[in-house]
Write a protein that binds this ligand. Structure first.
Ligand code: 8YV
Length: 296
């Protein structure tokens, strides 16, 4: 099997489709990441012999699935192996945002801590608070399991109810109304793009917290920043951003944001497992079998 060189670190390939096409000459399959934008235009220009696109990620919004299908190109992803690592980061964001971790860190690093006081940097406790999970797939459920151990009351919205002991909301609107902390776990689709906009935020309880480990564009940045600035929302914990790595500068200026550079799956164990999973998809395909994680 020939191989395809991919950029595993930055968004360099996002506007570099010429390089992708150039590298895909003479090979049969592509191993990519969400940094590689593989849209319909690019797929149309790929050599005929390309038969599979294996993405090193669970999300596959960067590949135009309809265009791949049209050309009979198989698309595979790496679900399952990054569930726990991503759920851990969601909990870190929930804790970091509610307990004001960034503000505390900054006090220490800037040497501005003048000593313990009874009311210093008081955060929001999780016990008995409602965690709203938007998208109750593998990762959503793993977050729910963890949050239960923190005493949270779990609510969720999903296209269909799942076998999980939590309160199901038929609409996203109802979930928003009942979320003291909202954690996003839906895929990025035309339906979910900009889902958390001003109108949606207005439905949330005063002083609620938003956490995003899904995809940046699910959130309307201007709306979230305005709500964080005004105090309508208490805090946000974000691991993903629109236009990564160039996030909206407004997030950096706010004390009530806890920000991470897309670390959801960033453990040695998980990235290794993702790599093996992506390779297994390629290997089984070229052995003439159906790969374990076919999207198309
Ligand atoms: C990956 C992710 O680390 O798998 C996904 O969809 O968002 C991340 O956890 C990233 O996509 C790099 O491949």
């Amino acid at each position: 099997m020939d191989t395809f060189e991919t950029n595993l670190s930055t968004g360099e390939f996002a506007d570099n489709s010429e390089k992708l096409i150039q590298h895909s000459q003479g090979v049969d399959g592509i191993l990519c990441t969400p940094c590689d934008q593989i849209g319909a235009d690019l797929i149309a220009k790929l050599p005929d012999r390309i038969r599979i696109i294996s993405t090193f990620s669970v999300g596959y919004e960067h590949v135009d699935i309809a265009a791949a299908k049209k050309r009979d190109i198989v698309v595979t992803n790496t679900p399952g192996v990054l569930t726990d690592a991503t759920a851990d980061i969601a909990m870190l964001l929930i804790l970091g945002a509610t307990r004001r971790a960034y503000e505390g860190e900054r006090l220490i690093r800037e040497d501005k801590w003048t000593g313990w006081t009874p009311t210093q940097l008081m955060g929001m406790g999780l016990q008995g608070k409602r965690l709203g999970i938007l998208g109750m797939g593998r990762i959503g459920q793993a977050v729910a399991r963890r949050a239960k151990a923190f005493g949270m009351d779990i609510h969720y919205h999903n296209r269909r109810p799942v076998a999980f002991d939590a309160t199901y909301h038929e609409t996203a609107e109802s979930l928003l109304m009942h979320s003291d902390v909202l954690s996003l776990h839906c895929p990025l689709t035309p339906e979910t793009k900009g889902l958390l906009n001003t109108q949606a935020i207005e439905k949330m309880p005063q002083g609620a917290v938003v956490v995003n480990t899904a995809r940046g564009p699910v959130v309307d940045d201007e709306a979230l920043i305005a709500a964080l600035k005004s105090g309508r929302l208490r805090a946000a914990g974000l691991d993903v951003f629109t236009g990564e790595p160039h996030l909206h500068a407004g997030y950096r200026d706010l004390p009530n944001t806890f920000l991470l550079p897309h670390l959801g799956s960033g453990t040695v164990e998980t990235r290794n497992a993702m790599g093996f999973c992506a390779l297994e998809n390629l290997k089984t395909f070229f052995e003439g079998k159906t790969p374990p994680n076919v999207v198309v």
